[in-house]
Design a protein around this ligand. Sequence first.
Ligand SMILES: [Fe+2]
Ligand SMILES: [Fe+2]
Length: 317
Amino acid sequence: MVASKKSQVKRKTVSKKKSVKPKPRVAAEQPIMAALRAEHKHIASVMEVFSQQLEAVDGGELVDTHIMYETMDYMVCWPDRFHHPREDLVYGRVAEIDPGAADSVDSLQREHEKMGVSARKLLADIDRWREGEITGDSVVKDGRAYIKKMDTHMNAEEKLVFPQIESVLSLADWRELAVDDQLKPAADPVFGGRVDREFRNLSRKLRRNLRHTVERGAMVEWIGIEALMESMEVMSMAYEAARDATGDHLKTVWDESVDILREAPVAGLFRCATNNSRLTASWVGDVLGISKDTLSDLSRVNQERRDRVRLLERVSH
Ligand SMILES: [Fe+2]
Ligand SMILES: [Fe+2]
């Protein structure tokens, strides 16, 4: 009797719980979606730099052509190779599950292809413009069209398609997509843990944009401090590149020496010495290349500082 009373109490509690309307649960953002949204922010900040550069070209001002080149090189090397394929993977799954979404994701996928073609053409045109083969007008026109297209595209994704994806895909789908997402190990060459040397000017420019909240009165001092900070960044990047080159060199010397000695323990000693001299010459070449780049980067930072101070003086007089 006691037991049955207890079970009645339990049943009552359960039924009471069931009658309470559950609060809507906010689903946690899936890592793939978080990555896509973060990548959109990175793309938007690179497009902001590109837009500033195009504005300067249009206004006949001096621009750092390396930055111009690196912005579009980044778009070709990262979003076109990693961001868009990752989206295509997710879009493909959504289209399988929800035929209603198939049209919109299909048009986004076609836009990825078209934007990839435009990005490669723009990159080639910037190169031709740097060489003086074409004028800046077409680069400005096509560059602005590209920025506008990218902006519209990312807006459509974030406002319309991403929420739809998140409402359609189940946890099991996300798990499978995470397994299929082969792009996880790839590190962003600008926003990842380490800046790739090919994008060092763009990276400096992005950081400078972030720092630009300083008042006008302190501008000249700030330009000096900023140039100093950028010089330190150049030096630290050069140090990292030289350290990598040295690490690679030592590893190659070690691996090849072990192979040589394994093949011929006695005669191998002479061959090791010859081989090491050859490898050392190539290492010296690498380090000299890094030093040359570093000197040219430092002189560019200094030149930029002088130009900006001159520009500021012209504006204030
Ligand atoms: Fe996209
Ligand atoms: Fe996107």
